[in-house]
Design a protein around this ligand. Structure first.
Ligand code: PMV
Length: 323
């Protein structure tokens, strides 16, 4: 048996625009997905998710549902793809049981599916005595993610695999040393949404109105350059202002949501240095930048506005083997 885990992430700057090759900055947070892998007697792949209450068998191209609704197959597919990716890399064709436990809310913009895929690739390879590098775990999970939504940038599996804070651009990952002592408050709207649909909506608008949307995409690239500078200097005020600007760009391409805007307003009124949606938007989560002594007050304001909040210092470790 082997167990591996990988962290959730928030995107600090540049979501959506990263799909079009602009840079983005992500940070791993202390919520993790755990995956336990065991060998099987036969050659099938059995996947179960305790939290989702779904499970099923994949043998050759057949799928047999054990628990859940038939439409739940698409939730298990990327996990199967991560298992296959790891088996192919190691060069083995064996059966595996995979059990997923996760404290990351699903479909919320915290990268739960990528964390599960990264942890799966790692657990399966460890089971077979191979030790995947972070780059290999990232590549396998990235391929698996493509099954869930057509054109992911890869930033989610990059953050889940490498941890910490990183700059991501077109598949290239640069870990960042962050000197600033800041705290993030993450607020969950409780509104689930589909990353794939939101990414597709932006693509449609970009195709229909290129002269409107393309400049916004380029602006995001400039914004990230400024954010890198602010991170390096530890300039919290600038970081907060840039978060507000980033949210305005995301609102301009239509991916915010009234529940997000409500939580963001509440956080700003409670003293946040800046706040924005994080991930695909359309619901899901927002983040607020807080000074050390103000985080709890901001979290309370988010809860009062109807969200669920947690405070994170970030810098969570990337994929790792457990005990
Ligand atoms: O998986 P989410 O919901 O955190 O969003 C991913 C970020 C996007 O930029 C919207 C999509 C992508 O593939 O980068």
């Amino acid at each position: 048996m082997a167990v591996a885990s990988a962290p959730a992430k928030v995107i600090l700057f540049g979501e959506h625009f990263v799909v079009y090759g602009q840079p983005a900055i992500a940070m791993a947070v202390e919520r993790r997905a755990y995956v336990k892998a065991r060998s099987r007697e036969d050659e099938s792949i059995y996947v179960s998710s305790t939290d989702l209450g779904i499970s099923g068998f994949f043998s050759n191209d057949e799928f047999e549902l054990e628990r859940g609704g038939f439409e739940d197959r698409w939730r298990l597919e990327p996990i199967r793809a991560a298992v296959k990716g790891a088996l192919d890399l190691v060069g083995r064709k064996v059966g595996v049981d995979v059990e997923v436990r996760s404290s990351i809310p699903m479909a919320s913009g915290l990268g739960s599916s990528a964390a599960v895929a990264v942890a799966t690739a790692k657990a399966v390879s460890e089971l077979l005595g191979a030790h995947l590098t972070k780059e290999e775990a990232f590549r396998i999970a990235y391929e698996a993610e493509r099954l869930v939504h057509g054109s992911p940038s890869g930033i989610d599996p990059a953050a889940a695999s490498y941890g910490g804070v990183l700059l991501y651009r077109g598949g290239e990952i640069t870990p960042l040393a962050v000197r600033a002592d800041f705290i993030l408050v993450v607020g969950y709207t409780g509104v689930k949404r589909s990353t794939g649909e939101l990414v597709a909506k932006v693509r449609r608008d970009k195709e229909r109105y290129p002269l409107v949307v393309n400049p916004i995409i380029r602006m995001s690239g400039e914004l990230v350059v400024n954010a890198l500078n602010a991170l390096e200097k530890g300039d919290l005020r600038a970081l907060g202002e840039l978060m507000d600007l980033n949210h305005a760009l995301l609102s301009a391409i239509g991916v915010s949501h009234e529940a997000l805007d409500r939580l963001i307003r509440a956080a700003r009124e409670a003293g946040a240095l800046g706040a924005k949606l994080t991930g695909a938007g359309g619901g899901g989560c927002m983040i607020a930048l807080a000074r050390l002594d103000e985080a709890e007050r901001i979290a309370l304001a988010i809860e009062r506005a109807g969200g669920k909040a947690f405070v994170t210092k970030g810098l969570s470790e990337g994929v790792r083997v457990e005990g």
